[in-house]
Design a protein. Structure first.
Length: 308
């Protein structure tokens, strides 16, 4: 089963089995936390540095390791198999195996907060947002444990910028960043699970510019923005994706299968001269699962590894 089909299947089961998510899009704001009312006042006294100190995501020889998944229990995605604190302990143990001498591990929760749907929903965008209260649990866990939290967007027919702005209340925290799942960015005629989406460099630059403005306005450290991609066609005009002050881009290459096929996809997709790069490990569908030494041997530009 492809990554797209797997995610849709899990998302559909979650909608039937769990009350942890609301119905589509911007309507998923029934329980907004205090930050949404006044970010500046509610964040007074909150540390402005990154976990472990400093302002640069990849400063201090950091290497990032993430669990990817949903806020509800899941046997398919590793994040959600247990509570956030136990997940952090597991991330720390597994992430250390990837480190080279002198590197410092920074664990990352990658939480899908805008979830693509096979049905249009009430606002027709083929996506819904996770309840704010569930996301807040991970915001708090990341602060408590000294981790980053990535808010992963599968926006359906909405733009990435539309989806990102709904999560500003969480993104004003220094330890919270964005992940853009490009295969779930649908056109006006596409349907998640049936079609594979794509995004333009222009749209990505708009998201980065907005994140840069947020960093400046809130005096935040660098904001991690991860670009998920499993084939060149996921991003149109990728060479035109620009650097923005206060934004740390990562091009994260996602491909399931054998080690040889995963490495071949990485070589075909990755642009290590343009980006810091990332690499996905699919624990359920990779055959066999690559060892840490093999992953680190692919490319020195890989400084972010995720388990799904």
């Amino acid at each position: 089963m492809t990554r797209s089909r797997m995610a849709i299947a899990v998302g559909a089961l979650a909608l039937l089995a769990s009350a942890l998510v609301t119905i589509s899009g911007a309507s998923a704001t029934a329980d907004p936390p205090a930050e949404s009312a006044s970010a500046d006042s509610s964040l007074q006294g909150v540390p402005k540095g990154l976990p472990g100190g400093g302002k640069k995501v990849f400063g201090r020889d950091r290497f990032l390791f993430a669990y990817y998944g949903f806020a509800h229990p899941s046997t398919t995605f590793v994040l959600g198999e247990t509570n956030p604190d136990r997940a952090f302990a597991k991330m720390r143990r597994q992430g250390r195996k990837l480190l080279r001498d002198g590197e410092n591990l920074l664990p990352v929760y990658e939480l899908v907060v805008t979830v693509a749907d096979a049905e249009p929903g009430t606002d027709g965008d083929y996506a819904h947002d996770t309840l704010h209260s569930k996301v807040q649990e991970y915001v708090d866990a990341a602060e408590r444990n000294g981790a980053l939290l990535l808010l992963d967007l599968q926006p359906g027919r909405a733009s990435f910028l539309e989806a990102a702005k709904r999560w500003e209340w969480a993104l004003v925290h220094p330890w919270v960043g964005l992940a853009l799942d490009t295969e779930w960015r649908m056109s006006s005629t596409q349907v998640p699970g049936r079609d594979i989406g794509d995004v333009t460099a222009k749209e990505l630059n708009r998201v980065a510019a907005w994140a840069s403005d947020l960093v400046k306005a809130q005096r935040l450290p660098e904001k991690l923005v991860v670009l998920h991609q499993h084939r060149p066609g996921n991003v149109k005009g990728i060479s035109k994706v620009r650097d923005h002050d206060g934004v740390a881009w990562v091009q994260h290459v996602d491909a399931a299968g054998s080690p040889a096929s995963k490495i071949a996809t990485y070589r075909n997709v990755a642009r290590p001269r343009q980006f810091v790069t990332g690499f996905m490990v699919f624990l359920e569908s990779d055959a066999p699962v690559m060892k840490p030494r093999a992953i680190r041997g692919i490319d020195d530009a890989i400084r972010f590894v995720s388990h799904q």
